[in-house]
Structures are given as structure tokens and as C-alpha cells.
Unconditional design. Structure first.
Lengths: 110, 115
């Protein structure tokens, strides 16, 4: 069955550092989404990607849709304490269901 | 835009009772709504997909008679957990899409505790 691997599982970084996380799938996707979830709340959509090679930014966040269509990356530049949370990737092919990554827990030390 | 609400935000009930959770898209019409379940420190597990006016499509292993889903309008879907048991305790999150599932917008979630 479909497998979606997200890494790293957790990160501890210093405020001001850049962050990078990624997701890889066992099959191709044509949509990738990146979400952030705070404790006790629903995920919030950060960036949506629909085309292989697409690079999209949202403030300090940048995400890319891998050329192979089997991976995606999320970068956060100049991290700040409010970036703390769990980041999820989600991908799907055509209009099938979305598969979610296991999440990357980000901790930022002031 | 793209705001999704859920009600209640948390609920505590006795074993054997039924609980209804509402999911509303506040500023857009949702052609498709999704219901997820999330255990602590885990990812989201899709339970079912519902399109307005039609029966929900349940994921393998999800009991349709236990988790009743109704999507009566383009802005409202409900999940009813029937005869709830302690193992049903979880964080239930809905999401809504206005474009056949591209871009899902999540509600804030409902914490269900069954005693």
C-alpha cells in the first residue's frame, strides 16, 4: 500500500536557524500540502503544491514539489519561537484520498 | 476565507451514549468533507469522506454503523459516535474542501472522552 515517510521526526533548533523537513512517497502524487498543527487544535494549511518542480513561498516558509513527484520539502528560514508545533505533509494522486506524513515536531529555543 | 468550525470543542460522555459532532464551513460551500481521528502524538487517520447529498465513503476498518456521517448541506456535516465506549476517546477533526478535495481546510477538532 501507499507509504508516506516524513523526516525528521523531531527537531530542536536555536531561534534564528533555518529548518528543513521532507516527505517521500512510494508512488507519485500530483498534489502536496503542508500543514502546521498546534496542540489541541486542527492543522492549518501553510502551502499547497500542484505541479512537479513547483516552488512556493509563504512568508518565511518555502515548499517545493519534487521533480520525481514522489517527494516534497518544506523550509523555514530564520525560525522564531512561534514556529513551534507539528508540521505535516499530505499528498495525493488525482482525486483520491490524501495520505498524511507522521509529522515533524519542531522545537525552537529562544 | 476558508474557515471551518467544529462543535463541540470537547465533550465528556458516559459509556453507551451517543455523541454528535458538527462540522461547518463558515464562508464557503464544501463539496466534500472529511472526518479524521487523531491519537496523541500521531498523525491523522482518515475515517470517511462525504460528499453533499450522498452516502459517506468509509475507510477500511471504520465501522459505518458506529460512526454515522451525514452531509445534508454544502456547509454542514455531522459525525455521530453511537454507543460510545472508552476506546472511542480521541481527537476528531473534520476538514472541508470546495474543489473536489484539493486544499483541505481543517476544523479546530473535538476532544471526545468516554468514561
Amino acid at each position: 500500500g501507499q507509504q508516506l515517510n516524513q523526516s525528521p521526526q523531531s527537531m530542536f533548533i536555536q531561534e534564528g536557524e533555518d529548518v528543513s523537513m521532507n516527505c517521500t512517497s512510494s508512488s507519485i502524487f500530483n498534489t502536496w500540502l503542508w500543514y502546521k498543527q498546534d496542540p489541541g487544535e486542527g492543522p492549518v494549511l501553510l502551502i499547497a503544491l500542484y505541479k512537479a518542480g513547483e516552488l512556493t513561498s509563504n512568508g518565511r516558509l518555502t515548499a517545493q514539489f519534487g521533480i520525481t513527484r514522489k517527494d516534497s520539502f518544506l523550509n523555514i528560514s530564520a525560525s522564531i519561537p512561534s514556529d513551534v508545533g507539528i508540521y505535516f505533509c499530505a499528498g495525493r494522486y488525482n482525486f483520491n484520498k490524501f495520505y498524511f506524513g507522521s509529522g515533524t515536531k519542531l522545537n525552537v529555543k529562544p | 476565507g476558508a474557515v471551518v468550525s467544529q462543535h463541540p470543542s470537547w465533550v465528556i460522555c458516559k459509556s453507551g451514549t451517543s455523541v454528535k459532532i458538527e462540522c461547518r464551513s463558515l464562508d464557503f460551500q464544501a463539496t466534500t468533507m472529511f472526518w479524521y481521528r487523531q491519537f496523541p502524538k500521531q498523525s491523522l487517520m482518515l475515517m470517511a469522506t462525504s460528499n453533499e447529498g450522498s452516502k459517506a465513503t468509509y475507510e477500511q476498518g471504520v465501522e459505518k454503523d458506529k460512526f454515522l456521517i451525514n452531509h445534508a448541506s454544502l456547509t454542514l456535516s455531522t459525525l455521530t459516535v453511537t454507543s460510545a465506549h472508552p476506546e472511542d476517546s480521541s481527537f476528531y477533526i473534520c476538514s472541508a474542501s470546495r474543489n473536489r478535495g484539493n486544499e483541505q481546510f481543517f476544523g479546530p477538532g473535538t476532544r471526545l472522552t468516554v468514561l
